[in-house]
Design a protein around this ligand. Structure first.
Ligand code: ASC
Length: 152
């Protein structure tokens, strides 16, 4: 009897935390801003480091590129949970990221899909296919920045 009570107490205490959506994890808008900016910084790093291969300046190491794109695929899902309501001020996001939420979501999905296509292209080991898919990812970064990021 006592064990059951302890279990139900533990569940009552923990369940609200277990069931919380990702965006509820940010205690303050600032935390959400640093989370998404950190994720975007990592995305930029893992995207940008492939550029020498794309340009033909370094040899095409397919295994290294594939591993890097796997990381990028995971990263491509992360920043968006950080765009919580009330976290525009003090950031580089335009108000349109919230006022045009559907368009912003579409831009995110375009990027995520482009990364999936990049991953498929890298699986072929064909540098030309990789190059073309890489360009599409870059275009999706730029399109989203043009519409939803403050110009600096
Ligand atoms: C990058 C980076 C971006 C995009 C963008 C693509 O490497 O940091 O913001 O690519 O420049 O157009």
């Amino acid at each position: 009897m006592k064990k059951i009570n302890l279990l139900s107490v533990a569940l009552t205490v923990c369940l609200p935390f277990i069931l919380q959506p990702a965006q509820a994890q940010f205690a303050k808008p600032d935390a959400a801003i640093s989370y998404r900016q950190s994720a975007l910084t990592l995305i930029s790093s893992h995207f940008g480091r492939m550029q020498p291969t794309i340009k033909g300046a370094t040899p095409y190491d397919a295994a290294a590129i594939n591993a890097n794109i796997d990381v990028l695929k995971t990263l491509s899902n992360l920043p968006w949970a950080g765009f919580i309501e009330g976290s525009q001020a003090g950031s580089n996001a335009k108000p349109e990221a919230w006022s045009d939420a559907a368009g912003f979501k579409q831009a995110q999905q375009k990027f995520q899909l482009a990364v999936v296509k990049l991953s498929e292209a890298s699986g072929t080991g064909d540098l030309e296919k990789l190059r073309s898919a890489y360009g599409d990812v870059g275009a999706s970064c730029k399109a989203c920045h043009d519409s939803y990021r403050v110009k600096k």
